[in-house]
Design a binder for this molecule. Sequence first.
Ligand code: COA
Length: 255
Amino acid sequence: MRDDASETAVAETVLIQRLPDRVVVTMNRPDKRNAIDLATIDALHSVCTELEADPRTLILTGAGGVFASGADIAQLRKRRAADARKGINATAFIRIRELPMPVIAAIDGYALGGGAELAYAADLRIGTPTLRIGNPETGLGIIAAAGATWRLREIVGEARASELLLTGRILDAGEALAWGLVSSLHPGDELLSAAHALADRIAANDSLATMHTKRALRASREQHPAIELELQAELFESPEKERRMTEFLEKRSRR
Ligand code: COA
């Protein structure tokens, strides 16, 4: 852990490492393959509260060579119609998706069902050669209702999303890479440093410009181009833009 980090465990199901420019959240129920239970969802909400107030990059990962094996089936079995309508996982994953700064999912091993949907909520996904990702929900008599039906389609297109969701097939790492579901693969012991390297690149840029880029990327087609023009208008007046551009131009003129 870095010197300036603080680490806490929320109900021990989730480990949270706080750094000045990023937060690392590790799902930590390895004996249950990091199945996402209510305590995990509560912990994710509390991280969101923190990152909405103090925007930083979020790295999401899992302990024990697994990202997350899905919603906790023992809890899911007890849920009824009213619970489904609450969107317990969907609400948390949408909140993660809408965090102001980028979210990076570092996926080792299984990311199934709700675990895959949590990964789909991220802006950037990287994995390891042991990655296995997919949505076996129909095999359990339910649908993938925490984002897969719209978010997976956005990432890989309708044909591929339909194939995965309608068959429940699990992709291996090579296929996930070929489909663009993850952008790179790293050996398991290098996964976290690869995620930090992405966060380092993000941290080197202007954070307001990064947040505005994320907002423009997230906007619906109808909002374009008005939204990016308005966001750019704000940045064109920012002291940081003036500083960064002046630094570039002065460096060149000194050559
Ligand atoms: N919910 C609740 N418990 C889960 C779980 C889940 N999604 N996934 C795994 N577990 C539990 C198992 O019940 C088992 O508990 P036990 O030791 O008390 O019996 C423990 O985690 C280890 O699971 P096991 O199946 O023995 O591990 P494995 O390494 O052989 O297989 C998986 C790992 C992920 C392939 C397998 O556990 C699995 O298929 N899980 C369910 C995946 C799924 O359908 N997800 C979608 C949910 S919507």
